[in-house]
Design a protein. Sequence first.
Length: 304
Amino acid sequence: MAKKGVLLILVALALLFAGCGDEKGFIDFTRHAAAPAAPAAERPLVIAFAPVMSPEETRRPYERMTAYLAEKLGRPVTMVQKRGAAELDRLVAAGEADVAFLSTGAYTAYRGHEPIELLAMVETKGTILYRTFVIVAADSEIEDFASLKGRVFAFVDPLSHSGRLAVDYRLLEEGLTPEQYFGRIFYTHHHDKSIWAVANHLADGASIDNQIYEHIEQTNPQLAAKVRIIDELAVAPTGPVVVRQNLAPEEKEQLRRIFYEMADDEAMRPVLQSAVIDRFVPPDGGLYEPLRQKFLAHERLSGE
């Protein structure tokens, strides 16, 4: 019976981290399949996102936001969920999404055929900036980033800023890549799963969004107590909401107004907060440019 129990645990872990092996995050988004053309009135508005926390934690608030937009716009709105940032960027690049919630890394990496423009930014706890926390298990002997050299490190997604790229940029200063620095890396695809992986000693360390870490502290304090922060990396702008550039100007203006006023609706505040969002605010495009330049420098180092 003991052997059977161990086998079941191993199978569960394998399923949890299926597809977490080596991944390439730097994809040519200029390759695209033309989206079928149709008048706006004949098709729903398509809104796309990729969850940064486990889907069961993320999908519900985005469904509520989709329904809210449909009500305010007076037209059908369809939500499309993709597994990761690269899949989401490909969808946008192919012109198959009208509006998308992009992560910081996905936006700075985007170079698709379909031109996009910023619609809004996320504000949480009064700021449009966030930090990257490097975490280890609470009982780990590791005390600093240097001690993680040669260890097992969990990333979230190849195009996640806090869940991968911030570490890339830290190592870029030494002319190294994570593959060269760490003994082994793998992807969890969600920030809360990276915390879980470290808490359960599947990884020696991980990099995560500080806002999501603080959200986990409130919603799952038992899990948060099993890890500790050993380093903080540079601040970055929050992930933006983007829109197809060729969407009708009046539609874009209507969407801006709805997003900016969403937090004023008392019923929507808890919905937004469950997605770690306080409100949507006008975007500052200049905040992303330094990260775009770092991404290009990292591509050159990686030979992409």
